[in-house]
Design a protein around this ligand. Structure first.
Ligand code: HEC
Length: 321
């Protein structure tokens, strides 16, 4: 076979062709792909090793084939290959790295003295490229071990994962802040930030004092400072009342229709609830039911009601008999 391109040109040429293809196809922004994704660097190093290894194997096969040629054939082969330009130093270095094979005439010196059914083993030197990458992997392993498991100065995969979760949580919180305006009656929560309550107070002063008084004591509208509520006293109910309005004809209109934004309604609802327990100058008498916060059950009234109902049913049954 005529070798047009020597292997010390072929290997780098192939390598850089693959390198170029990777850079072309991997979208990595402004940075080169192998810097953006370190795994690509590993891939390229592997490619390089494989290319060199393939050259080594092909070279040995060629050598074996060459030895099987007769003298005339050898001469013809040499005449062909010597036409290829020679870069002696580069070639020598490359051969040194690839590991020079022992010439066939000297093989008797390195043959091991065991023999399995006629199969013998040569004690060739390990190819330096292989040997040095093995040493390098040992050094790498020691550095890795110290770095990740002894001193712990770099993050392990689990720590990286935890960090990413923590970062994601921060981002979700940040998103929630910008997305506050998306609240509705299902997602609304009691706001306790002073800033939110202050805006709530402003909305209240601008829209609500005519009927509920500045201190929430009530006028046309009910007293908002006591524990009695006509339409429910948790944040969701209060938000709902403000957003949709009270019972028709009572005077409490839908503030959603008046142009209050969801966030403003959440803020003014939180402000209204912050008035709980304060004493207004002229508090209106309580209206509605005593509001039981979730979890604490009003045991007396409903139970008594049920009992009287049961009694009444009993009466009707007995009177029917
Ligand atoms: C025009 C008078 C008027 C204005 C203005 C008004 N309300 Fe009311 N509000 C009422 C009346 C009347 C009721 C009772 C509704 C019912 O009985 O169904 C009420 C009920 C409420 C309730 C429910 C009270 C309960 O016991 O369940 C809340 C909360 C409330 N208003 C908040 C506000 C807020 C906040 C504003 C300003 C954005 C506002 N109101 C503006 C008249 C008003």
């Amino acid at each position: 076979m005529k070798k047009l391109i020597p292997s010390y040109v072929r290997v780098p040429a192939l390598f850089f062709a693959i390198f170029g293809l990777v850079e072309y196809f991997v979208d990595s922004g402004d940075k080169p792909a192998f810097l953006e994704y370190p795994i690509i660097m590993l891939f390229l190093v592997l490619v390089l090793f494989i290319l060199i290894a393939v050259e080594g194997i092909v070279g040995s096969i060629e050598n074996v084939l060459f030895q099987s040629l007769d003298e005339a054939g050898k001469a013809r082969y040499l005449a062909n290959t010597s036409k290829v330009p020679e870069f002696k130093k580069a070639k020598a270095l490359y051969h040194k790295l690839k590991g020079g094979e022992t010439p066939i005439e000297e093989e008797h010196e390195i043959i091991l003295d065991h023999n399995y059914d006629g199969i013998k083993e040569l004690d060739n030197n390990l190819p330096p490229w292989w040997l040095y990458s093995w040493y390098a992997s040992m050094v790498f392993a020691v550095i890795y071990l110290f770095n990740f498991h002894v001193t712990g100065s770099s993050d392990t995969q689990y720590e990286e994962l935890d960090n990413e979760y923590a970062q994601a949580k921060i981002e979700i919180e940040a998103y929630k802040k910008t997305a506050k305006n998306l609240v509705d009656v299902n997602s609304v929560v009691l706001l306790t930030d002073a800033a939110d309550l202050q805006i709530g107070k402003k909305v209240f002063d601008a829209n609500c004092v005519a009927c509920h008084m500045a201190d929430g004591g009530g006028g046309i509208g009910p007293n908002l400072t006591d524990k009695y509520w006509i339409l429910g006293g948790d944040i969701k109910s209060v938000f709902h009342t403000i957003s949709e309005g009270g019972r028709s004809g009572k005077g409490m209109i839908s503030w959603k229709k008046e142009g209050l934004k969801p966030l403003e309604m959440a803020q003014v609802a939180s402000y209204v609830l912050s008035l709980q327990g304060t004493t207004p100058a002229k508090g209106k008498d309580a209206e509605g039911d005593l509001w039981q916060p979730e979890g604490t059950e009003d045991t007396t009234t409903p139970a008594e009601q049920e009992n009287t109902e049961a009694l009444e049913i009993g009466k009707t049954v007995s009177s029917n008999n």
